[in-house]
Design a protein around this ligand. Structure first.
Ligand code: NAI
Length: 395
């Protein structure tokens, strides 16, 4: 079948197998070019990535495998392909990654399904026990709109809303490039608690506790989850909004987990990452405008990074540099250091003020936003023939 991109309200409904392979190949090529130094020696050899099929999780998996020759297990939620139905990009990415990893004689397996469930934790633990014995690093990189509580069966939904008062700010329509006003009503009390249930640290803790109870965490185990802070302009909808409450909970969980992992000389971290175009971030109101401006400014200053570059810095300059992992006063790893630099933020702020409702975005990198978004779904690569008849079940 001929696979076209279909986007509805910033959500891409399709993915292209050949393009996803291309995306993964590009990440391999970038990482291969970085090899040859001694980084890899300190890297973990057995890595579990929860949410490792797209975005930051896929990048973490690839850095661990390519730079450190790690055996990796991924857990992610995917729609598998059928004769006339495309799979999720995470499915194609995973197939492409694992094929190449095995060519390199690296162990690479995935379990597809709901990471929040008890069954999945059980299945992953069995696989780790059977094939790896233990793990040295657990990456927790889930971004999900909902979670079914494994104890009660209750469904919780996460929302991206301000708390206490309506938030009004400029945004950009990614398709048309026109600046528009976003008005977001405040969350109900229960929506705050539900967002914390989905995107907070409860499930991360369940994973670590469960793996520990089965004796599957190696001495010196590290675990990391990802957070975001961002600029003041997005505080009401992000850091001080419902998702910010969940991230506070996640950050607190890191401290709890570090306490629990003491007997293994282990530690838990939250890394605060840069704002990037992923399937999860593209649907956050106001974020597309911020990202379009940020990309332009950071590209002009030679500071721009994508997921793979961010995760490369996480492993080489933070987690596995030496025994002391550099953290901020709250104990968080900061990979948003370049994004949050004063000169970067001042320029983004200046350009934000140039935007006018109803007019086209000025001095921003909307093309870069669109290209990143297309490419993480396997579209927008010059080298891919999008008119070709492809079998969606094959990569
Ligand atoms: P993403 O949408 O690219 O990846 C999410 C991953 O979670 C995918 O592998 C997906 O399959 C998996 N997943 C979702 N629900 C699942 C479930 N029920 N069971 C199993 N797997 C499931 O998202 P992204 O952006 O890479 O987000 C990962 C983390 O990074 C999130 O905590 C996010 O808040 C954080 N982060 C993202 C930033 C960004 O700008 N994209 C910035 C800073 C932090």
């Amino acid at each position: 079948m001929i696979i076209k991109q279909k986007v509805m309200r910033n959500v891409s409904l399709t993915a292209h197998p050949t393009g996803c392979v291309r995306y993964v190949e590009d990440q391999f090529a970038w990482l291969d070019a970085k090899k040859g130094s001694d980084h890899g020696d300190r890297f973990p050899k057995r890595v579990l990535v929860i949410g490792g099929s797209t975005g930051y999780g896929l990048a973490s998996r690839m850095v661990a495998a390519v730079m450190g020759n790690a055996a990796t297990i991924n857990v992610s939620f995917e729609r598998e392909p059928a004769e006339k139905k495309v799979a999720t990009p995470g499915w194609y990415n995973t197939m492409a990654f694992e094929r190449e990893a095995r060519n390199r004689r690296l162990y690479a397996e995935s379990l597809f399904g709901d990471a929040f469930s008890k069954e999945m934790k059980q299945a992953v633990a069995d696989l780790v026990e059977k094939d790896l014995g233990q793990v040295d690093l657990v990456v927790y990189s889930l971004a999900s709109p909902m979670r079914i509580d494994p104890e009660t069966g209750e469904t919780y939904k996460s929302v991206l809303k301000p708390i206490g008062k309506t938030y009004t700010a400029l945004s950009v329509d990614v398709q048309s490039g026109i600046i528009e006003k976003a008005v977001i009503e405040p969350a109900e009390e229960n929506q705050i608690a539900e967002t914390v249930k989905v995107m907070g640290g409860e499930d991360w803790q369940l994973w670590i506790d469960f793996l520990a109870s089965r004796g599957l965490l190696a001495e010196g185990i590290k675990t990391v989850a990802y957070s975001y802070i961002g600029p003041e302009i997005t505080f009401p909808v992000y850091r001080e909004g419902t998702i910010g409450k969940a991230k506070e909970h996640l950050e607190h969980t890191a401290k709890v987990l570090t306490g629990r992992l003491k007997n293994l000389q282990g530690s838990a971290y939250v890394a605060v990452n840069k704002a990037l175009v992923t399937r999860a971030s593209a649907v956050i109101p106001v974020v597309p405008l911020y990202i379009a401006l940020l990309y332009q400014v950071m590209k002009e200053m030679g500071l721009h990074e994508e997921c793979t570059q961010q995760m490369f810095r996480l492993f080489t300059d933070r987690l596995y540099k030496d025994n002391d992992v550099p953290v901020d006063e709250e104990g968080r790893i900061r990979l948003d250091d370049w994004e949050m630099r004063e000169d970067v933020q001042a320029e983004v702020d200046r350009r934000w003020k140039l935007q006018t409702e109803g007019e086209s975005l000025v001095k921003g990198d909307l093309e870069g936003f669109r290209q990143s978004y297309d490419q993480i779904h396997g579209f927008g690569f010059d080298s891919v023939d999008y008119e070709a008849d492809v079998d969606p079940r094959k990569i």
